[in-house]
Design a protein around this ligand. Sequence first.
Ligand SMILES: Nc1nc2c(c(=O)[nH]1)N[C@H]1C(S)=C(S)[C@@H](COP(=O)(O)OP(=O)(O)OC[C@H]3O[C@@H](n4cnc5c(=O)[nH]c(N)nc54)[C@H](O)[C@@H]3O)O[C@H]1N2
Ligand SMILES: Nc1nc2c(c(=O)[nH]1)N[C@H]1C(S)=C(S)[C@@H](COP(=O)(O)OP(=O)(O)OC[C@H]3O[C@@H](n4cnc5c(=O)[nH]c(N)nc54)[C@H](O)[C@@H]3O)O[C@H]1N2
Ligand code: SF4
Ligand SMILES: [Mo]
Length: 751
Amino acid sequence: MNGADERVHYRACNLCEAMCGIEVRVQGGAIAAIRGDAADPLSRGHVCPKAVALKDIHSDPDRLRRPLRRKGGDWEEIGWEEAFDLVAERIRELQARHGRDALAVYLGNPTVHNYGNLTHGPAFLRLLKTHNRYSATSVDQLPHQLVALWMYGHQFLLPIPDLDRTQFFLVLGANPMASNGSLMTVPDFPGRLAALKARGGKMIVIDPRRSETARVADEHHFIRPGTDAALLLALLKVIFDEGLAQPGRLAEFSDGLETVRAALAAFTPQRAARATGIAAETIVRLARELAAAERAAVYGRVGLSTQRFGTLCQWAIQLLNLVTGNLDRAGGTRVTQPAVDLIGARLVGPGHYGRWKSRVRGLPEFAGELPVAALAEEIETPGAGQVRALLTVAGNPVLSTPNGPRLERALGRLAFMVSIDFYLNETTRHAHVILPPTSALEHDHYDLIFHALAVRNTARYSPALFAKPAGAKHDWEILYELGRRLTEDRRVRARLRLRPDQLIDIALQHGPYGALRKMPQAAVVAKVVAQAAVARLAPRLAELPDRLLGAARKFLPRASAAPALSIAALKAHPHGVDLGPLQPAFPQRLWTKNKRIRCAVPELLAELPRAERELLDAPEADGQLRLIGRRHVRSNNSWMHNSERLVKGKPRHQLLMHPEDLAARGIADGARVQLSSRTGSVEVEVRASEEMMRGVVSLPHGYGHHRPGTRLRVAKAHAGASINDVTDEAWLDTLSGNAALNGVPVRVEAA
Ligand SMILES: Nc1nc2c(c(=O)[nH]1)N[C@H]1C(S)=C(S)[C@@H](COP(=O)(O)OP(=O)(O)OC[C@H]3O[C@@H](n4cnc5c(=O)[nH]c(N)nc54)[C@H](O)[C@@H]3O)O[C@H]1N2
Ligand SMILES: Nc1nc2c(c(=O)[nH]1)N[C@H]1C(S)=C(S)[C@@H](COP(=O)(O)OP(=O)(O)OC[C@H]3O[C@@H](n4cnc5c(=O)[nH]c(N)nc54)[C@H](O)[C@@H]3O)O[C@H]1N2
Ligand code: SF4
Ligand SMILES: [Mo]
């Protein structure tokens, strides 16, 4: 191989939220090596073992490259035009016959890791005009967004821990050592934690399992699954009762703190101790330390949002950060200033709640989506509005949503199902047509979502590494092709025809919010006027053919004197650009009408009596085993277990259980056990583990690849069992409708 054949390509890994910069060496058209990009201002050279899987996915013979149509018990490859016509025809026909809501849509997690789906998804979904929209949001972060809407007026005003400056980091229900952070884009968590400790800071972890993150913490406390709301509200109460609340300038634009204080009477440290298993003295000490810390951040993630009182937990976290004066403070928690300001550029709306309810169970919509825990019953239950067709995009709900087997049976009853996905897996095997998009390395990328959730403001554009193969389609092109067949609206069709980078270029030129703040008032006004013009013109631009678009943009006013970002500017900086640490943003960026923070949210206050009954009055340690989930750095949700290099070594999908809990049942370490719940039962191998709290068992999600009819070469040893065969679609965070995937009551018996 001579040097001329070799090239180096820089991009961001899009497999998880950390968006690490990577350096890819290509030799003779094949990837020779993938390593961290030391010049990336955010990730600074960090990568995890999953980065190499980008290559494995790209070259995976299991990855679909041509549309498939189900034919009896088998599949046949068909052409794109035929596939698009067929899908559009079936959707049109079913919606015409049974109404718009007869079509349901499920968007999976990689939707947010693929910017073409983000630039084109919303416009496409709108034209389908269905109320039956579902996504991975309601098995994940819905409570965060709901609380942000209620308190700050916008679902996407999500304060992020300012990890690089904090001195006191209280982590609940998150394991960034394995997950690399979530709603906190934080590549190189280990390095950043080391820096925190080196400057005298402290990390405390609350988790029913002594997780990888708990192991490197200064303190770890076990907590009974699902009881975090009791702990958090007790912390808040101690801070109020002891006169430690010091919201500082936040008090000037926060309403209802007094009402909140008055509503906490029941949540004493003693009663919280009984509920959580954390000693009352510890709760009091943690409250005092949190209040005394100069710069502190309280952070709770998946373990907290996917439990019975998930929304209450996220509210209590916001309040703790607020009353200690840490919200919007350096080293506390702050909203970000992304180069593409999703909120300011109105790429994400503020959201709404409860405008309609799911047909069968009456669960509330949020931001136009219904909780996915209701999808199976919406397919099964006859009547007007019954779901008869389903489109899935980048999702595997059979493995990732509660009571997967029920959903699986329901999928088998659909009149039509189409999946935009490049694997024939546990979910897509039920489709009638599968439309496979290009691999991540065949398209360009800009992290619209994760730049907006990162611990530092940076921007990075990744061009495609490989040219799109002949006869391949990107996700956005698939949406465009379907869209233009399903609508007569010329504007919508024109809008869908624009490439993602053209749309993002317009958004980038709105400029970072941070730059706005530093400008003199007159310049700000000038810029806002200019921005409004751009915003008004942008949809019109969509109607222009490519050739005219470039010309038209020249006449648009440049946003500001500050060097405006653009796709071209980012291309000139292949490692990304640094836009600096998180900046203050409140009250200016609050989206509430009165520009004030709403603390006393009536819906949440109304939850307190229920929390008191179910958490504080519940019999102490009811003897019931509780099931929780976990993640591993060498596994990614449900879809990368066929990368041999990634899963190699001993299987990691055993049920973890405390040795004494095993002994009490006469079960040996390594035995096969039956794990059962109200909804179902799976057989798994059990592993004795001192890292588990007594009475709690842990199983990772995303396994269960033994199902027939898939085209995945997952080695038998790595097939595992699906935790969501035993999670419960009726076990919810009632306020939001988010699935309570953690804390599910279960039994474990020898198989
Ligand atoms: N390697 C890897 N990285 C990933 C993913 C992956 O699958 N693999 N998935 C990505 C996705 S989609 C997401 S959303 C993020 C999630 O990122 P994280 O939120 O960090 O998710 P987990 O690693 O599941 O950590 C959840 C923790 O909550 C604990 N827990 C469970 N129940 C409770 C409870 O009741 N109370 C408390 N206090 N703790 C509880 C669990 O023991 C676990 O340690 O990770 C992302 N990154
Ligand atoms: N019990 C339990 N269940 C959980 C969780 C838990 O902690 N415990 N975590 C929950 C969380 S946080 C999440 S986010 C969900 C994830 O749930 P889902 O999003 O439903 O599932 P994934 O496993 O992420 O599946 C992703 C699918 O997208 C496809 N795909 C990958 N990249 C692309 C792409 O670029 N384009 C297209 N079109 N398809 C692509 C893959 O082939 C795969 O089929 O699982 C949830 N389920
Ligand atoms: S942590 Fe791993 S999977 Fe996540 S972006 Fe970085 S390299 Fe990719
Ligand atoms: Mo997630």
